[in-house]
Design a protein around this ligand. Structure first.
Ligand SMILES: [Zn+2]
Length: 380
């Protein structure tokens, strides 16, 4: 049995309105020849203030574009760019994919790496791991690195200007963190950082949860208005820093394993990471036999936030026996984090929980006067 505990964290975390203008200042201690990874849309948003900050620090601005998913080929292409351009630090700017690709490439090329998320859409930016997908967006593997990013910088004005759906996804990802860390702590599970969860990791997962219940709805109001408020600052920290430290050093369990299983169902393609994770969270609560009130509160709250909590909203139905079986088998594969639950879980258990979630969430929503779920149709 593992007896050590590990806390993994980035060396520096910087958050605030217009923080992007200070990226050069925080980066210059890490390298003199940065390679920025950002798609065209993200680059259009950050180029002016980022470049001014780089000029002030005498840093060259070199940017490479990025596709949709963190695929093995995309990572290898970035490694080649780092080598041919002799870059000493790689900076992932934008969503989770560019950031995960930059981390994986920085590790392979042996240079430092930094994360600059432009939305608070997942907790990927702080961690020492990347999730690798196929060209179609199906989960392939986790890649683990010996170091976290040297720098994570998030500009809350950019978050306020990003689509509200991105923040909704980040909230779904961060809510799962406490549900999963709690289960890992209760059982004999291991955290992603290795070893048993640290008390710090578990406590930060809980803090993230508490902040979200208090601030998620007003933070979404702020994003819809395009402005930064204290509630938005709190949620950005919960989604990015606290959830990141909480999942990595507190442990993942069923919610993310079920997310990984859902990526194999083409019906779910196009949904955000956090949207799929939320189905995993509700399913985990059912699998655990969590108190009825707790499950109902979670359904009511996540419906208000705008997260899916029925199969319908991720393009599936309880009658999709074949798909649900495939999701459950992937979720319960050997080595998956679902086995951090403090009891044995089979694919059959997961199918049963997934099937129950549909009727349960529909009933709770109806009882609270909340809208019926709308069928999600993946765009191909
Ligand atoms: Zn996640």
């Amino acid at each position: 049995m593992t007896t050590v505990s590990v806390l993994a964290s980035p060396s520096r975390y910087v958050q605030g309105k217009n923080a992007i203008a200070e990226l050069g200042t925080h980066l210059k201690g890490l390298g003199r020849k940065p390679l920025l990874v950002a798609d065209d849309i993200v680059w259009g948003l950050v180029e002016t203030s980022l470049s001014a900050g780089f000029r002030a620090e005498d840093l060259p601005v070199t940017r490479v574009g990025f596709g949709r998913f963190t695929t093995p080929a995309a990572v290898d292409a970035l490694v080649e760019k780092i080598r041919s351009g002799e870059h000493d630090v790689i900076v992932g700017v934008g969503g989770g994919s560019a950031i995960d690709a930059a981390k994986a490439a920085g590790h392979l090329a042996g240079v430092r790496w930094a994360s600059v998320p432009t939305a608070a859409s997942s907790d990927a930016p702080t961690s020492a791991l990347s999730v690798i997908y196929t060209e179609e967006g199906e989960f392939i593997e986790y890649r683990f690195f010996p170091r976290n990013p040297d720098l994570v910088l998030i500009d809350t004005q950019l978050v306020a200007g990003a689509p509200a759906r991105f923040l909704v996804g980040g909230i779904g990802d961060a809510l799962a963190t406490w549900i999963e860390a709690r289960a890992t702590e209760r059982g004999q599970g291991t955290a992603m950082a290795g070893g048993r969860p640290t008390r710090a990791g578990t406590a930060l997962a809980r803090l993230s949860w508490d902040i979200l219940w208090e601030n998620a709805l007003p933070a979404l109001d702020a994003v819809r208005a395009g402005v930064v408020t204290p509630a938005l600052e709190a949620v950005v920290e919960a989604n990015t820093l606290l959830s990141g430290l909480g999942f990595e050093s507190g442990g993942l369990a069923a919610a993310h394993a079920i997310h990984n299983g859902l990526t194999a169902a083409p019906q779910t393609h196009g949904l955000t990471h956090g949207e799929k994770v939320n189905i995993g969270s509700v399913t985990q609560l059912v699998l655990e036999g969590a108190p009825t009130q707790e499950i109902e509160d979670f359904i009511v709250f996540t419906t208000r936030v705008g997260l899916p909590n029925t199969l319908t909203e991720v393009g599936l139905s309880p009658q999709d026996t074949k798909e649900l079986q495939a999701v459950a088998e992937a979720a319960t594969a050997a080595g998956e984090t679902i086995h951090n639950l403090p009891f044995p879980v089979t694919a059959e258990d997961v199918v049963a929980a997934l099937v129950v979630v549909e009727g349960l969430a529909r009933r709770v929503r109806a009882e609270h006067g909340l809208p019926e779920p709308v069928k999600y149709v993946a765009q191909h």
